[in-house]
Design a protein around this ligand. Structure first.
Ligand code: S3P
Length: 174
């Protein structure tokens, strides 16, 4: 579809540290659709960081904000976008069906070692504030894999290729 604008949103789902933000920026550059990130929208709306929301109000409160934000993004006549999502957005059934309706859903994946390394070095992930982050990642992945699978149109492994190549591959498949 070289040069042809895609008539749909592209939605990036997947675990923390699988490259949603990085690949989202590449897609934004390639496709010219604006990139929005559900975590960032929540932070803008509340004036709090995701970590602060978890600490002050708890996970359930964050999940309610996340669901409300997704609902806003699904408004009729919204402009085409690239939507990068928080890793846990698929834990609610209603979110899974909204995501599927919203556009082409791409499940970004990475091995546990890579997730552990990436989540250790950047942004604060309150769910991984634990004695044993590797075990926590493995447990969450086991729980969530069927949910990512049920929500996505394609699965993309993110190691071994650079973000630009991955983004091109996504556009070719969309
Ligand atoms: C979460 C992932 C985070 C953020 C919050 C909870 C999760 O987003 O929404 O810390 O439940 O996996 P990223 O996947 O962008 O890190």
């Amino acid at each position: 579809n070289a040069g042809e604008p895609l008539p749909k949103n592209i939605i990036l789902i997947g675990f923390m540290g699988c490259g949603k933000s990085t690949i989202g920026r590449k897609l934004e550059h390639l496709l010219g659709y604006p990139l929005v990130d559900t975590d960032e929208l929540i932070e803008q709306k509340t004036g709090l960081s995701v970590a602060e929301i978890f600490a002050k109000r708890g996970e359930e409160y964050f999940r309610n904000l996340e669901a409300a934000m997704l609902h806003e993004l699904a408004a009729p006549n919204a402009p085409r976008r690239i939507i990068s999502t928080g890793g846990g957005i698929i834990t609610r059934k209603r979110n899974r069906s909204l995501l599927k309706h919203l556009g082409y859903v791409v499940w970004l994946q990475a091995p546990v070692d890579v997730i552990l390394e990436r989540t250790g070095r950047n942004r604060d992930r309150p769910l991984l504030h634990t004695e044993n982050p590797r075990e926590k990642i493995e447990a969450l992945l086991t729980e969530r894999k069927p949910m990512y699978a049920a929500t996505s149109d394609i699965e993309v492994e993110t190691i071994g290729l650079d973000a630009g190549e991955i983004a091109c591959g996504i556009l070719e498949s969309a």
